[in-house]
Design a protein around this ligand. Structure first.
Ligand code: PMP
Length: 420
């Protein structure tokens, strides 16, 4: 039989590898389990971004989403400026602005596009973007599309950011007397492939000193960390007013889809007249918008329950427990305390299929990440912990991961393994 090929004549592997597996459905228990097409049905899901466990079973959000579907249908089939703005869109923008403590917000239909479409209207030739070396692909593409000069600083290293800035401009020069029309420093709240929390206080103070704007992507941190879920500013005590442009997505902690930009009223007004994601793309679907509004109410306990604080305590405790248990087992685990993103290093790309398939055999669905999302020899398993995971789920998962780790040979720190 002739092998299937792509448009360049390269063979396509068949059957699909474990990480391209097709998901048949998610269960009703807040995305905690998946039904997959492999013989291993109903796996415990350790790969979902659903950090707070908002899912089909949510008693507060789901009925409201169904109601909005009946009222507005699945999509507006229009851009925001061509009849695609429902009252849900306006309400969502107010709710988001209030949640992230900025004067105004703009929501779009997709997180990726929020980043990739905004840079070309924020900055252009003659401007300077200084980007963390591990920023997400959507930021990289947005920055490239802007035509501005791009410099990259060492991942989450404020001292290197300062070195670059001091080389590129004279210290303390006012914005109008230096070689750049504008400087934007771009960072993420929690780095999606590293699980590290941004060194935001130091970055903000350097940006103040050098009069650069701060752009913060909170895709993985908003809703997931901070006393009331307000993200990295709240966690690290940074005043939201010191972050000029706050970007985030609704695809993680809020269990929905879409993205936002929050900032000054002037900035948002400007974006409403220039940002292609607002002017030329269909607006966020009403049911997706409706999922987010009550989700934020739950987080802030404006729904009349005490679920918000419980969810936030649960995600923090789960993350810290899971990370420390993995470390005790001898795995090399990246990321910071409180971060629900925890990569376990595999290094060797050849270990990827073995790890993933062995986990699947034990009904554990994990995401493995490799080149080009990471450098070639820094392949990893990326665990995402949710508030929906119980202690029992985690104990079961840790037992499987430990066995598979022995089999695949990735316990790189045997000294940490406790002998009875
Ligand atoms: N920014 C970051 C840091 C991300 O990790 C992602 C995707 N996970 C995005 C933006 C794009 O968001 P979305 O998947 O919601 O389009």
């Amino acid at each position: 039989m002739k092998a299937e090929t792509d448009c360049f004549g390269r063979p396509i592997s068949s059957p699909p590898d474990a990480w391209f597996d097709v998901v048949e459905g998610v269960s009703n228990d807040n995305n905690k389990t998946l039904n997959r097409t492999t013989k291993t049905s109903r796996c415990l899901n350790l790969g979902s971004y659903n950090y707070l466990g908002f899912g089909a079973a949510d008693e507060y959000c789901t009925p409201r989403v169904i109601e909005s579907l009946k009222r507005f249908s699945a999509n507006t089939c229009a851009t925001r400026v061509e009849g695609g703005t429902t009252e849900l869109h306006s309400e969502l923008e107010d709710v988001v602005a209030n949640f992230v403590r900025k004067p105004a917000a703009l929501v779009t239909g997709m997180g990726y596009v929020t980043n990739s479409a905004i840079f070309p209207v924020l900055i252009s030739k003659g401007g300077l973007i200084i980007s963390d070396s591990l920023n997400h692909n959507s930021i990289v593409n947005g920055a490239r599309g802007s035509g501005a000069t791009i410099r990259v600083f060492q991942h989450n290293t404020p001292s290197h950011l300062e070195k670059l800035l001091s080389e590129l401009i004279a210290d303390g020069q006012p914005r109008t007397h230096r070689p750049w029309k504008k400087i934007i420093v771009v960072v993420e709240g929690i780095y999606s492939m590293e699980g590290e929390i941004c060194e935001l206080p130091a970055i903000v103070s350097i940006c103040k000193k050098y009069k650069a704007y701060v752009y913060l992507d909170e895709a993985h941190s908003i809703g997931a960390i901070g006393k009331t879920g307000r993200g990295v500013c709240e966690l690290l005590g940074v005043d939201a007013a010191d972050v000029d442009i706050m970007m985030g997505t609704f695809t993680k902690s809020f269990g929905s889809c879409g993205g936002y930009i929050a900032g000054s009223k002037e900035l948002i007004q400007y974006l409403k007249h220039t940002c292609p994601a607002h002017l030329y793309a269909t607006s966020i679907s009403p049911p997706a918008a409706q999922q987010i509004i009550p989700a934020i109410k739950v987080i802030l306990e404006e729904d009349g329950s005490t679920q918000g604080a419980k969810k936030l305590a649960q995600i923090r405790d789960n993350s810290n427990y899971f990370r420390s248990e993995l470390q005790k087992m001898g795995f090399e685990v990246l990321g910071d305390e409180d971060s629900p993103v925890m990569p376990i290093m595999l290094y060797n790309p050849a270990k990827i299929p073995a790890f993933s398939r062995e986990c699947l055999k034990h009904k554990l669905a994990v995401v493995v990440v490799a080149f080009p999302a990471t450098p070639l020899l820094l392949a990893r398993v990326r665990i995402c912990i949710s508030a929906a995971h119980t202690r029992e789920d985690m104990v079961k998962a840790l037992t499987v991961i430990s066995e598979v780790g022995d089999l695949v040979g990735i316990k790189y720190f045997p000294a940490q393994i406790k002998t009875p």
